[in-house]
Design a protein around this ligand. Structure first.
Ligand code: 5GP
Length: 143
């Protein structure tokens, strides 16, 4: 069948290569996590594989497992660091699945009692705010 191919020029590939800045939370040889610049809720972060996967439909199992382990670690750390009372995890595959950036990513969205998520695509958050939140989450991780 028709398969969309990986585009090396996507924004997250540029972040992995260090061509674009990001407020990084965690990094190892297979996985990178950083703050979402248009947070749906305070503390919203993204976890991505360093391997070239478009979305969950084409990633190999080994890299997916490395990513999901970090998703769990950061769900716990961000909930605690942000004093959240819940966490929403999202992953969108292909445009019709809601995907906008075509490098696999999991959203980790800390949630707070009585607070709905912000609408998508709102204003880019002040980088100093994102940096302060990143520092809190990193402190919780012990990095
Ligand atoms: P999705 O593809 O899952 O629909 O959404 C892509 C996500 O990436 C959105 O939540 C958006 O705010 C985030 N995003 C888009 N461009 C950038 C960027 O340049 N840097 C960061 N850190 N996040 C981005």
């Amino acid at each position: 069948g028709f398969e969309m191919s990986y585009d090396e020029k996507n924004i997250f590939a540029k972040i992995i290569r260090g061509e674009l800045p990001a407020e990084k939370i965690f990094e190892n040889d297979k996985v990178l996590a950083f703050m979402d610049i248009m947070p749906r809720s305070p503390g919203h972060l993204l976890v991505i594989p360093k391997s070239s996967a478009r979305n969950i439909l084409d990633i190999d199992d080994e890299n997916l497992c490395e990513v999901i382990k970090v998703v769990k670690k950061l769900a716990i750390a961000s909930k605690k660091a942000m004093n959240a009372t819940g966490v929403t995890i999202q992953q969108f595959s292909e445009a019709d699945g809601g995907q906008e950036v075509f490098h696999l990513h999991f959203h980790i969205i800390p949630r707070y009692t009585g607070k709905p998520m912000n609408r998508p695509g709102q204003m880019v958050k002040d980088m100093t705010v994102l940096s302060m939140q990143a520092n809190k989450i990193k402190a919780e991780l012990g990095v």
